[in-house]
Design a protein around this ligand. Sequence first.
Ligand SMILES: [Zn+2]
Ligand SMILES: [Zn+2]
Length: 194
Amino acid sequence: MSSQSSVPWYDDFVGVAYRYYDLRMNVVPLFTDRKEAASLWHDTIHPWVDPSIKIRFLELDDNYWFIMGSDTQKPDTNLSFFKELPKSENYERFKKGHGGEAYLRLGVYAKKSLADVKKDAVCDCSHEAQDHDEGDGDICLFNSCDCKKFSSFQVNLLKKKKILTDIKFLEEKDMKNDPLVWNCLNANKFSKSE
Ligand SMILES: [Zn+2]
Ligand SMILES: [Zn+2]
């Protein structure tokens, strides 16, 4: 167990998406570079032993820490993952709906501009592409909306997946009792804030 503390921490990804896909919730760490995601999967996540994968959500005020680690068949290239993220609707939906099990997949995140999308694509402002003015710097045509530029994103899920069964949501008072979480905060939060 204590070997876990020597595993390097990795946070060079952009966020985490939560999606229904194949009848199960998917937890999807997001990358901007497909090659990087594919090689991380190959070197680090593929050798993970499924039942030992731990995924933790530590809630601190409006944010949460996503923390993930596992025993591996290839200790030399093992990593543990973490990211501090704002709570979102999709996060809350996952928390309520996962039922103790989820798929882990990696995703590739691509920003889309007005020229890249169909008319009914939805902007971050919640209005469709066709409600944005192509002639005038993409501004949203709804009077009540102050969106100045169409922007949306698309997530492409990589096919390979792992099954997650060790999923826990924790609060600040619980963090010392979970070795993976405590380890993560000591390495990435407390040591840096001093
Ligand atoms: Zn907009
Ligand atoms: Zn709008």
